[in-house]
Design a protein around this ligand. Structure first.
Ligand code: NAG
Ligand code: NAG
Length: 419
């Protein structure tokens, strides 16, 4: 007999395993995850007031909501050239993604020659970017989009195919500004062992003095807990090593990034790395979970697939306006894991207008019902809400708790609006 996920014997076994797990944990009702409560939401709201006063080094007024756009690395690695970038900019507009807020077109590693010119300037690789970066920026700007570039707080970049900017911060920042660059991703390879706390602020200052507002994206892989110091240094900071296009990597990174939730604010965001949606290594359910959790966690939404040829399912995931609106909510509070019952999880966070965003996430192998209790997501127990299902695009009125059946590795995402 083949056991189907919904067969009674499997469900009994599942519940036995779950109950047993939590008997061992001493809590038959599951685990409220640390720091998740109404008081957290209120504290976050209070911190929001001090956004403008926390800027010491970095005062560029950028990334008041998480940056949205595209980056070449996850799909193309070193195989990028100016035609690809132009076609990607074209597709961003023609697909309708640009109108939804995806604005940055970001080059990653391998765009430059191995050697600087005689004056010490970075030079675009002649074989792949023959027209130069300035011409490319002009093209992208004419489309109403912004151009991002990549360098490294070390001697060379990770590919070792181009120079890093360590020791050349001012010159390189000026070069980027003269080309019309809008965003810098700054990697951590070949770094001579000096602390990132010394290497990254040098580029912050150089960008500040470059004469152009350039969004600064730190990529030191979470090595020295950048959430605790990078808020004055960059507009976003990676909290983890590189994402891979599979379920284990994506879920691991989601959890590692979650630890730093309280540090994210308008102007400075935790970055669990770029999206893999559309690259083929996960199921549609898994990509829906990936996109929903990244949106809730106020992660930068940087598409990592080939948008020139994405399929309709990918487009449908990336273009969900209601999910994007959670990510771009002006309150700017990172949602987090608030409750866990084995593989069944509730993630939530406050939104503007006293609303609450909730993701019911089934990380297990079988379909299951998941419940979010008001006490776990910062609502008074008597509150009646309209619960908007952001993937079904339907609404229901509920009280006390929200329960939904969720397929394996899938999620449901809601916005709750109190009456
Ligand atoms: C994808 O969407 C387009 C436009 O909405 C439609 O014309 C096309 O038939 C769809 N393709 C598939 C395979 O569903
Ligand atoms: C979820 O709850 C509904 C309603 O009580 C029930 O019909 C369904 O069988 C449950 N699903 C699972 C997977 O337990």
């Amino acid at each position: 007999m083949a056991l189907s996920p919904s067969s009674p014997s499997v469900m009994v076994l599942l519940y036995f395993v779950l109950s047993w797990t939590f008997l061992l944990g001493g809590n038959g009702n599951g685990v409220a995850v640390a720091g998740a409560s109404r008081s957290t939401a209120l504290r976050f709201a209070a911190e929001f007031d001090s956004v403008s006063s926390r800027r010491v080094l970095l005062n560029n007024g950028l990334a008041l909501t998480p940056p949205m756009g595209w980056n070449s690395w996850n799909h193309f690695q070193c195989n990028l050239n100016e035609n690809l970038i132009k076609e990607t900019a074209d597709a961003m507009v023609s697909s309708g993604l640009a109108a939804l807020g995806y604005e940055y077109i970001n080059l990653d590693d391998c765009w430059a020659e191995l050697d600087r010119d005689s004056k010490g300037n970075l030079v675009a690789k002649a074989s792949t970017f023959p027209s130069g970066i300035k011409a490319l920026a002009d093209y992208v700007h004419r489309k109403g989009l912004k151009l991002g570039i990549y360098s490294d707080a070390g001697i060379q970049t990770c590919s070792k195919k181009m120079p890093g900017s360590l020791g050349n911060e001012e010159q390189d920042a000026k070069t980027f500004a003269s080309w019309g660059i809008d965003y810098l991703k700054y990697d951590n390879c070949e770094n001579t062992g000096t602390s990132p706390k010394e290497r990254y602020p040098k580029m912050t200052k150089a960008l500040q003095q470059s004469g152009r507002p350039i969004l600064f994206s730190l990529c030191e892989w979470g090595q020295e807990d950048p959430a605790t110091w990078a808020v004055n240094v960059g507009n976003s900071w990676r909290t983890t090593s590189d994402i891979q296009d599979n379920w284990i990597s994506m879920t691991t990174i989601a959890d590692q990034n979650d630890k730093w939730a309280s540090y994210a604010k308008p102007g400075g965001w935790n970055d669990p790395d770029m999206l893999e949606v559309g690259n083929g290594g996960m199921t549609t359910a898994e990509y829906r979970s990936h996109f929903s959790i990244w949106a809730l966690a106020k992660a930068p939404l940087l598409i990592g697939c080939d948008i020139r040829s994405m399929d309709n399912i990918t487009m449908k995931l990336l273009s969900n306006k209601e999910v994007i609106a959670v990510n771009q909510d002006k309150l700017g509070v990172q949602g987090k894991k608030v409750y866990k019952y084995g593989d069944l999880e509730v993630w939530a966070g406050p939104l503007s207008g006293k609303r609450v965003a909730v993701v019911l996430w089934n990380r297990g192998l079988w379909r299951a019902n998941i419940t979010a209790s008001w006490s776990d997501i910062g609502l008074c127990s008597s509150t009646t809400v309209t619960a908007r299902d952001l993937w079904q695009h339907s609404s229901q009125v509920v009280q006390h708790h929200l329960t939904a059946q969720v397929d394996s590795h899938d999620c449901k995402m809601f916005v709750l609006t109190p009456h």
